[in-house]
Design a protein around this ligand. Structure first.
Ligand code: SF4
Ligand code: SF4
Length: 190
């Protein structure tokens, strides 16, 4: 033992015999403990989703792909006001309004959305555009499978966004079948 009573380096590394035994035991049992954890997980409920074989069911108010809606007679609800485009924080919407005429009418208003595009390479699905739409033309669907490696495909046109014609609807252009303009926006015809 040196004069300063400190243990020799070899004694310091090995420590007391009991501590050494405990360390060896822990080292030997560590893999067993690990396998036990793995084994225990095998009997727990599996959370893996089998997508795309089993499509995920979304929440009722899910923010998915947009839809441009129609009135019951088939006329378009969009009046080409561009408020949705102005509300969009991602600059994802492009609208060009066109003038309706009595012989060529697409919406009950003075104007309609002649060109309408949503760029899904930019859209963040915040829903501010549907909040801004004064005619409830623009809503969001539950469709979320939009991924593509083509920027062109990710720009959805008016034709792609427009709701399909349901029974009793007539493809525009055509006259207002539901009466005057108020009938379209007071609830009875929407
Ligand atoms: S959901 Fe948001 S980001 Fe997407 S088009 Fe509408 S306002 Fe723009
Ligand atoms: S979708 Fe709505 S907010 Fe956008 S241009 Fe048409 S009417 Fe206006």
């Amino acid at each position: 033992m040196p004069e300063d009573n400190l243990p020799l380096p070899a004694e310091r590394e090995l420590g007391e015999p009991e501590t050494v035994e405990k360390g060896v035991l822990e080292t030997v049992l560590a893999p067993v403990k690990g396998f036990g954890l793995t084994f225990g997980q095998m009997f727990k409920k599996v959370n893996t989703e089998q997508y795309p074989e089993q499509k995920k069911v979304t929440a009722p108010r899910f923010h998915g792909r947009h839809v441009l809606n129609r009135h019951p007679d088939g006329l378009e609800k969009c009046v080409g006001c561009e408020l949705c485009a102005w509300a969009c924080p991602a600059d994802a919407i492009y609208v060009e309004g066109g003038d309706n005429t009595e012989s060529r009418r697409f919406s009950p208003g003075e104007r309609y959305g002649e060109t309408y595009q949503i760029n899904y390479a930019r859209c963040i699905f915040c829903g501010l555009c549907i909040e801004a739409c004064p005619t409830r033309s623009l809503t969001m669907s539950n469709e979320f499978e939009l991924a593509s490696d083509s920027r062109q495909i990710l720009i959805y046109t008016k034709e792609e966004l427009m709701a399909p014609l349901l029974p009793g609807m007539e493809a525009p252009p055509h006259p207002m079948r539901l009466g005057d303009t108020d009938a379209y926006y007071t609830g009875s015809a929407s």
